[in-house]
Design a protein around this ligand. Sequence first.
Ligand code: HEM
Length: 476
Amino acid sequence: MATLAPLPADAALLGEAPPSPAGPLAPEDRRAVALPPAIPLPRALQTLRFSVRQIEFVFRWRRELGETFRFRGMLDDEVITITSHPDHVKSLFTAKPDDAPSLTGESPLRPIVGPNSVLTAIGPRHMRQRKLLLPPFHGEAVARYAQMIAEAADREIDTWPLHEPIDLASRMQAITLDVIMAGIFGVEGLPAKGTPERSLRDTIRWAVGLSVRPEAQLFELININREEAAGPLKRLLAHLDKQIYAVIDHRREAGDAAERADILSLLLQATDEEGTPLTDRELRDELLTLVLAGHETTANSLAWAFERLVRTPAAYDRLRDVARSGDAAFADDDGWIEATIHETMRSRPVIPIIGRRVQKPWQFGEFVLPAGSSVLMSILLLHHREDVYPDPFAFRPERFLGVKPGTYTWIPFGGGIRRCLGATLAMAEQRVVLRAIARRTDLVAVDPAPEKARHRNVTMIPAHGARVAVTARRAG
Ligand code: HEM
């Protein structure tokens, strides 16, 4: 087995942040508002920088203003705070749902997936949708997908050219899109040509391809703070909707939902308390949410894993050793695969920031925010705290060897009642695909310099899609 890059003798792998009291103030607590320091930039410039260069933006202002800071929103009295302290995160994740609802309903996703999906709804509607959708994403349900994921990975790896640059993010998307489509529509493998599911899959691939082009950022800016999409995004969505509605019509006509186990069939049978089924528009919002949330994130997380690994030889060698030892298809004897995924998601969280709106005056360490404030938890900054993760910019899977990541210090899937619904599926996909690639291929970086992170919509992705070349491939 390859040796690991040695740590300095006295280096700790994981540490702890000093405590910082946080939570809603008790009704009798009349403490005055004490706002964190504000970023000294004009409002429009802040918004632009945050939207286009969020990564540099948060690291810079954390360095200059401390772990809790504020930027001024577009409205005069709007308070938007960014924090990266585990105690602050805990106070928001464990809050009563009405005290700190999610901000996803106001995020750039809203014009795309609408206001009604499990991702964008809040309150009782959110809880209802979440309860409905949880069972197909539970461990047991997901375990049934392992073989299908392995087959999708093998099919994809077989197509990779040797000694030519390939962009792993889009290669991973081919796998994760097939997996999520199988779960949602119950189609095993690639949907057959000429079916509405196949047209939908092809349209999604095309739309995702467009969204990585540079002009897409402009479309995002056009849609900031909008409820309905505008401009080119509107036209693109109209095209996508046509395909989704065709799939829904096709299924309604078939009338076989009760005999099927896929998620669309489950949604077609669901009713609210009055017995009313979901409308086509509600179904569309839910399906698009699951397809979009469910494949690009996982694909980019896998791309990041190899972006890091091909530049960290000791960790990569050990992964290949583990993946190639024994013949149990899904073995991870010493937990190295799991640790590699945990470290990838720590150092390159695909969703770098999540938000809640506090509905009561709330303490965050030395500060007190008024009711109605938005609070953004920077996953990226939290995951790069020197006190929690010594040497935070190094890629060291050994931090997580035999260690369960902390609920409030490792939060790539968010937390509380809004924790990612697909986390178990995403972990299973990463385990199986990481292992298959490490077992079957040898990859090298096309450019030895680390790939920069690029911010796109709500995700943080490798700027060049994690470009690698395959130098050797073994049979599946
Ligand atoms: C590596 C892959 C993934 C990452 C990093 C990720 C990350 C996240 C994050 C950060 C949130 C917000 C949590 C919060 O606000 O506390 C979220 C929510 C969500 N994710 Fe994922 N996700 C991934 C894969 C998936 C998959 C495979 C699905 C499958 C359908 C999925 C479906 C959802 C849904 C439906 C929500 C909304 C949950 C709610 O608001 O109740 N995600 N995800």
